[in-house]
Design a protein around this ligand. Structure first.
Ligand SMILES: [Zn+2]
Length: 431
C-alpha cells in the first residue's frame, strides 16, 4: 500500500501551477470546450468506478453527457446522502480511506461531511489554491495569516522563508487571536471576514498600529461594507474575494474590477431556482457544484447549501470571460419565519443592512415566528460618535420588512462566533 507523504509534495503543485493560472485568461469558447471535456471524463469515471453512481445512474443518460446542460438527467447529491454512503459508497475503486487524504467541512450547514482526495488530484487543487493567492498579490516572502479553525500542513518552502503560514485559530478567544497575530506578524491575510474585522477592531481599541499587511483575501461569509472598508483602511491593504468550499475548492475569485468570476475550467456550477428548474451558471437560487478534477471521491451535482445570484459576464475587466457571481446570499438554512408562517431568506434582511454606514457586524435572532431581533456591532468610528443614530438608521433601512415582522434593533459590543469561527446570519432560538 502506498504511504501518504507527511509534507505537501511540492513538485506536483508547482507542476500544475501554470495550467491553473492560464485557465484564468482563456476566452469563453475555450473555457466551454475544456469544461465539457473534463465533465465527460468525470461522469464516465464516476459511473465506471464509484459504487453509488454505478448502482443508481442510468447508463443511457451517462452516455449522453457531453456538456454541463446534460447534467440535469442525473440526480442531485446532498449532504445527508454523502454521509449515509460514506467511503463505501462514494470512494472510487482502488482507493481506500488509508490511501486518500480526508478533509471535513466546517459544518456551517449544521451537517459536516468528510471528503476524500487522492494525492494526484490534490497536486492540482493545491496549485489552484496557490494560483488564487498569487492572483491576489501574494509575494514569495509573505507570511500568510490564515483566519480559520484548523491549521495548514507544513510545506518545505517554509524552511526557505517562502509562503510561510501564520495560523490565527478563530475558535480561540479574541485575546489569544491577537497574540497569535502579533507573534506571527503576517503580511497577507486570508480567512473569515468577520473574524478579521473583529481582530482589527480589537487592535484599534488597544491603540496598536499595524501597517504590515498589503492584501486581504476575504472568503467564507459575507461582510458589511463598512467593516470591509475598516479592515482595508486599517492595514492600508488591497481587498480580494474568493468563493470556495472544502468540497469544490475555488468556485469563483474576484478580478481586478472586483467581480467574482466563476472558475469554469475547474467546476461546473448549476443554479436550482425556487420553481425547481435548473440553469447552468445563471440566475438566482441554490448552487449545485461539480468539481471537475476529482478521482477519489467525485461529487456530481453536489448541493453545497448556498443561495447565489449568477449573471452572464458583464464585467469590463476584459481579462476573465466567465459568468459572474453577483451575490452569495448565505446558507439555505438561514431562514426567518414571517408572521403568517412563510419562510424568508435571511439575506433579505442582510441586503437591507449591508450598506448602512457604521455597521461592522449583524445577526438576526428569531425566537418566535414574525419577530426578529437584529443585533448590530458598530464600527470603531461609529462607536466614537456615541453610537449616534445607528439603531435608527438600521430601523429605517429595515423598513421594507416591517409588514412581515416585528423588528427590534439592539446595538451590542460583540456577536459570539460559532464553534467553526463564523458568525451565523440567522440564529433560531427556541424559547
Ligand atoms: Zn472581471
Amino acid at each position: 500500500m502506498r504511504v501518504l507523504p507527511t509534507h505537501i509534495p511540492l513538485l506536483a503543485v508547482l507542476g500544475n501551477l501554470p495550467r491553473a493560472r492560464a485557465a484564468d485568461r482563456l476566452p469563453a469558447a475555450r473555457v466551454a470546450r475544456i469544461q465539457s471535456r473534463l465533465l465527460s471524463q468525470l461522469v464516465r469515471h464516476a459511473h465506471a468506478r464509484v459504487p453509488y453512481y454505478r448502482d443508481t445512474w442510468d447508463p443511457a443518460v451517462v452516455a449522453g453527457v457531453s456538456s454541463a446542460a446534460d447534467l440535469t438527467g442525473l440526480p442531485v447529491l446532498d449532504r445527508a446522502t454523502v454521509n449515509t454512503l460514506g467511503t463505501a459508497g462514494l470512494l472510487a475503486d482502488g482507493y481506500t480511506a488509508a490511501t486518500t487524504r480526508a478533509a471535513r467541512t466546517s459544518g456551517s450547514s449544521g451537517m459536516p461531511v468528510t471528503l476524500h482526495y487522492s494525492e494526484r488530484e490534490l497536486g492540482y487543487l493545491r496549485a489552484t489554491y496557490l494560483s488564487d493567492l498569487l492572483a491576489c498579490g501574494l509575494r514569495p516572502h509573505d507570511r500568510i495569516g490564515y483566519f480559520r479553525v484548523t491549521g495548514f500542513r507544513r510545506h518545505r518552502l517554509e524552511r526557505l522563508g517562502l509562503a510561510r503560514n501564520v495560523h490565527v485559530d478563530t475558535s480561540r478567544g479574541l485575546d489569544e487571536q491577537v497574540t497569535m497575530f502579533l507573534a506571527g506578524r503576517p503580511t497577507f491575510l486570508r480567512g473569515f471576514p468577520n473574524a478579521i474585522a473583529t481582530l482589527v477592531a480589537e487592535l484599534k481599541r488597544r491603540g496598536i498600529t499595524y501597517r504590515g499587511v498589503h492584501s486581504v483575501v476575504f472568503g467564507g461569509e459575507s461582510l458589511a461594507d463598512a467593516a470591509r472598508a475598516e479592515v482595508l483602511d486599517y492595514f492600508g491593504a488591497t481587498g480580494h474575494e474568493v468563493y470556495a468550499s472544502v468540497e469544490a475548492y475555488t468556485i469563483a475569485r474576484s478580478c481586478p474590477r472586483g467581480s467574482l468570476h466563476l472558475r469554469s475550467t475547474d467546476v461546473v456550477v448549476e443554479v436550482e431556482h425556487d420553481d425547481g428548474t435548473v440553469s447552468v451558471a445563471d440566475g438566482a437560487g441554490e448552487i449545485l457544484v461539480t468539481r471537475l478534477r476529482a478521482d477519489a471521491m467525485p461529487l456530481v451535482r453536489y448541493r453545497l447549501g448556498d443561495r447565489v445570484v449568477i449573471v452572464p459576464n458583464d464585467c469590463p475587466c476584459g481579462v476573465r470571460h466567465t459568468p459572474v457571481v453577483r451575490e452569495i446570499q448565505g446558507r439555505v438554512e438561514d431562514q426567518i419565519r414571517t408572521r403568517d408562517g412563510r419562510l424568508r431568506s435571511g439575506d433579505f434582511f442582510a441586503s437591507l443592512l449591508r450598506h448602512v454606514t457604521g455597521i461592522r457586524q449583524f445577526q438576526f435572532v428569531q425566537r418566535s415566528p414574525g419577530t426578529v431581533e437584529v443585533l448590530l456591532v458598530p464600527t470603531a468610528a461609529e462607536d466614537g460618535t456615541g453610537r449616534g443614530g445607528l439603531a435608527d438608521r438600521a430601523r429605517a433601512a429595515l423598513g421594507p420588512s416591517l409588514g412581515e415582522f416585528e423588528v427590534a434593533v439592539r446595538v451590542v459590543d460583540r456577536i459570539p462566533p460559532e464553534a467553526n469561527g463564523k458568525i451565523r446570519l440567522v440564529k433560531n432560538v427556541r424559547p
